[in-house]
Design a protein around this ligand. Sequence first.
Ligand code: NAP
Length: 488
Amino acid sequence: MGYDPGGTEVRFVVIGAGMAGILSAIKLREAGFSDITVYEKADRLGGTWRENTYPGISCDVPSHLYTYTFAPNPEWSHTFAPGPEILAYFEAVARRHGVDRLIRYGQEVCRLDHDGTRWRVTTSTGEQDAADVVIAATGVLHHPRYPDIDGLDEFAGRVFHSARWDHSVPLAGARLGVIGTGSSAVQITGAVTDVVAEFFLFQRTPQWILPVDNPPIPEADRARYRADPSALTALRTELNAGFIQSFANAVVDADSAALKKLENAARANLEDSVTDPGLREKLRPDYRAGCKRLIISANFYQAIQRPNAHLITEPIERVEPEGVRTADGVLHRLDVLVLATGFQVDRFLRPMQVRGRAGVCLDEMWTPRPYAYLSVSVPDFPNLFMLNGPNGPVGNFSLIDVAEAQFGYLIQLIELLARGRYSQISASHHATSRFEAERVEAARKTVWVTGCRSWYLDDRGVPVAWPWSFTRFQEAMARPDLADYELI
Ligand code: NAP
């Protein structure tokens, strides 16, 4: 693979300097391309790891697996390293590969217009650019979802979303409330209950939680990884196999033995960890483990059992200046209120205005919901490729592996453009409809549709995720089937 000097020079615009955007820039350079600009709306790279700085943040994929295959990191401090360490990793990799110099910071792409030949790119500062190929690496869990709760604006204390943590607000001695019980809220709970005076967790739905050990990685192990990179590769391979077998493939087969095992482990964790029977029943979900994204935590149950921690299960009635009033009439007085209420997961590329061939509008095409062929390409949007796009493997795999596999697929299409075989490549309408119909059908067998509310489900109740095994995903990403594309 590589850029053929006799072919056509290709100009690339990559949108977003998070994990997938950095990956794209590195891999494009590796393939011999040099005319690349990465547009980043913020003043720093890192995507979700830049945005999410709440106390307790870490990744629930083991760090040695949540690394690029081409940039193993012997220095991880813990099996599940904290968020700032992950951010520092992405910054270091970008620097080492020289792609930090390709990033234009403070430039939010707000328009993409296909002029029949190329993409015209407009940023929010009014700058114009042009590209033959646009790679959208804009992230999935990116736009905070704010709850529609009466009186939220009237709260006299400080209120912010978990992905917009306000570090100027002191926690020591505060009466802190958190709305939500997703991964973010669980991690926050584990980190703050011994700092604040009183802690209130407003739970609408309990979660299944798997126990996990997260001791520091001893220096002796790190030294061994430093000295012997093959040990690191072997560790990654082992973690990957375990993750896929015990988790990723389990959730797409609601009847699998692996899923039963996960369910038993989560149930045993609840029984063994929570001593008060009343609290235990409040924390017991009434849906199957894995239906919502499974949460792992080393300290949530301990934290919520502290004397200063209160699990509030009465529905929230309204927010008042002094705190949160629940349906039983009780006012929970608060100084700080955190909205750990998740993300708008259908906002791919949006609020960008994207107009493809003959002015077709992506926003209209994606109403009521986004879709894409294999989650990487959309009909009538030639040479616009997505990493971690709509309905990809968001919930059950490491997103780094997903992005690497998708890039490996896309570079094969890009090579066809670079060699001048074609000038425009986009998925065909027929292949996209076929893929979407198969995906929706397969989703019926997943645990995600067994009776719970979650961000995996779209407005029809269909999971917005790849519903097959990881092996099938790898096979699909191995080589593009050009019969599924419109090639000009
Ligand atoms: P989330 O899983 O979508 O959870 C949102 C929570 O807010 C839910 O408990 C939800 O309750 C609650 N909620 C929403 N609106 C509410 C309202 N009006 N009143 C009361 N409760 C309300 O969001 P998240 O915790 O930010 O996690 C999102 C995803 O980010 C995760 O699934 C995961 O993929 C990723 N994540 C990963 C990590 C990691 O370690 N890798 C860490 C954080 C996040 P219901 O359950 O009743 O809807």
